[in-house]
Ligand binder design. Structure first.
Ligand SMILES: Nc1ncnc2c1ncn2[C@@H]1O[C@H](COP(=O)(O)OP(=O)(O)OP(=O)(O)O)[C@@H](O)[C@H]1O
Ligand SMILES: [Mg+2]
Length: 458
């Protein structure tokens, strides 16, 4: 039997975005056309519009088993586009970003790693009716007791939770383990929560709107006090990925003795998820879908720097895209024609085999001009809360055109440090210049290596 109740969705979005925090979406109008500057995105209109179409197709569920390739030179916004797609999709659609080289490890086979990532990108929305206690928290008091093991300090013996709903109030005296999940969810008085009667799982729904303030700009979600009784049956919608199900059902083998404990500690958990288990889970999932209990939500697997994959991975990819349960795959590469990894001399565009290339929708990205780069630099200075004088912006923008957007953006932080050292808050041209002499760009670095190659080991 596949357990679902204990499944925790591990799909909270990872923070790979420090360089892209200014990107809030694709910045498209409602008719799908791109604004010149919107949602932190500047220029690259065609690619943004194309990605908008992809988002629409994904939302309409017409896209699974398809793949998109973002192709363009370094620093032309490919990774930024993919992250914008993820933002447009919202948190209910799984988005799994990886970098091609991530799948190589000594412990896990590369196709296994790919398979895991595929399953992290496929969501399942499960509707279940559960017995719950739901309401606004009116009271949250841990009751302490002497530590039974002696020593200093006290332990928590119970926690008293008061819940208020539309029809009444209830005081619950709960186990300390539930207190831990209450703390994990950061529940405070005034929040609306529900507690599952069978498992004791605690879920924070949001802040009660009785506590809503007049500020618009707040990251809180305000919800009304739940109707009906505190103790009731409730339809609960859970969003999990197939990988969450795999993990929850991969049973650690062996008994309770210390040796098998050790064995479990050292064995990477991943090896316990077998193909057999996956096949079983797929069967159960299909049954749930047929019964209308669950709905498949194909998400996105984003493979950045896809030329790092080798021929075996590409073969796997081809096959996985054919499967009935498949996510949408978005690839990105900045390579031109190059050798496919894992082959001796097979050359292909972007390092991708032609049979896979043939089934991709390709979205090109192009280098930015001076005006675009200038605006992007201004946006970045704002997100990094830096102060740049006009001449310094101009200088950086020109450097961006000669070298790359990324180089120009990367100089911002060190330049701000140099300015600080000089006792200024505003970054000036001199700081940028000093940075340029400290950190060279790729072109200069390549020139240096070819000029004075004898100084390096080759
Ligand atoms: N159109 C844009 N508007 C605003 N910021 C952008 C835009 N394009 C790129 N950027 C920013 O410029 C930086 C470089 O872009 P990004 O990392 O997306 O390039 P890339 O095409 O993925 O390059 P590479 O091929 O080297 O991986 C990032 O910080 C990104 O957020
Ligand atoms: Mg990139």
């Amino acid at each position: 039997m596949v357990t679902i109740s204990e499944v925790k969705s591990g799909n909270s979005r990872e923070n790979r975005t420090a360089a892209h925090t200014h990107i809030k979406g694709l910045g498209l109008r409602s008719d799908g056309t791109a604004e010149k500057v919107a949602a932190g995105f500047v220029g690259q209109e065609n690619a943004r519009e194309a990605c908008g179409v992809v988002v629409d197709l994904i939302k309409a569920k017409k896209m699974s088993g398809r793949a998109v390739l973002l192709a363009g030179g370094p620093g032309t916004g490919k990774t930024a586009l993919a992250l914008a797609v993820s933002q447009e999709l919202g948190t209910k659609v799984p988005f799994r970003p990886i970098v091609g080289s991530e799948i190589y490890s000594a412990e896990v086979k590369k196709t296994e790693a790919l398979m895991e990532n595929f399953r992290r990108a496929i969501g399942l929305r499960i509707k279940e009716t559960k017995e719950v206690y739901e309401g606004e928290v009116t009271d949250l008091t841990p009751e302490e007791a002497e530590n039974p093991l002696g020593g200093y300090g006290k332990t928590i013996s119970h926690v008293v939770v008061g819940l208020k709903s539309g029809k009444g109030t209830k005081k619950l005296r709960l186990d300390p383990s539930i207190y831990e999940s209450i703390q994990k969810e950061r529940v405070a008085v005034g929040d609306v929560i529900y507690i599952e009667a069978n498992t004791g799982a605690v879920k924070r729904v949001g802040r009660s709107d009785a506590y809503a303030t007049e500020f618009d700009l707040e990251a809180e979600e305000y919800v009304p006090i739940p109707k009906g009784d505190v103790h009731k049956k409730k339809e609960i919608v859970q969003d999990v990925t197939l990988h969450d199900l795999d993990i929850a059902n991969a049973k650690p083998q062996g008994g309770q003795d210390i040796m098998s404990m050790m064995g479990q500690l050292m064995k990477p958990k991943k090896t316990e998820i077998t193909d057999k288990l996956r096949t079983e889970i797929n069967k159960v999932v299909e049954k749930y879908i047929d019964q209308g209990v669950a709905e498949l939500v194909p998400g996105v697997l984003f493979i950045d720097e896809v030329h790092m994959l080798d021929i075996e991975c590409f073969t796997f990819l081809n096959r996985a895209l054919e499967s009935k349960i498949s996510p949408i795959v978005i690839l990105a590469s900045n390579r031109g024609v190059c050798t496919i990894r894992g082959t001796e001399d097979i050359m292909s565009a972007h390092g991708i085999p032609t049979d896979l290339l043939g089934r991709l929708l390709i979205v090109p990205t192009y280098p930015y001009d001076l005006d675009d780069i200038r605006v992007i630099i201004r946006i970045r200075t704002k997100t990094e809360s830096l102060d740049l004088d006009e001449a310094a912006v101009e200088k950086l923008a020109h450097r961006g055109v000669d070298t790359s957007l990324r180089y120009a953006l990367q100089l911002l932080t060190p330049a701000s440090i140099l300015a600080k050292v000089a006792g200024r808050t505003k970054i000036q041209v001199a700081d940028v210049q000093e940075c340029e002499s400290l950190f060279i760009d790729t072109k200069k670095s390549a020139a240096m290596v070819s000029e004075s190659g004898k100084n390096f080991i080759s």
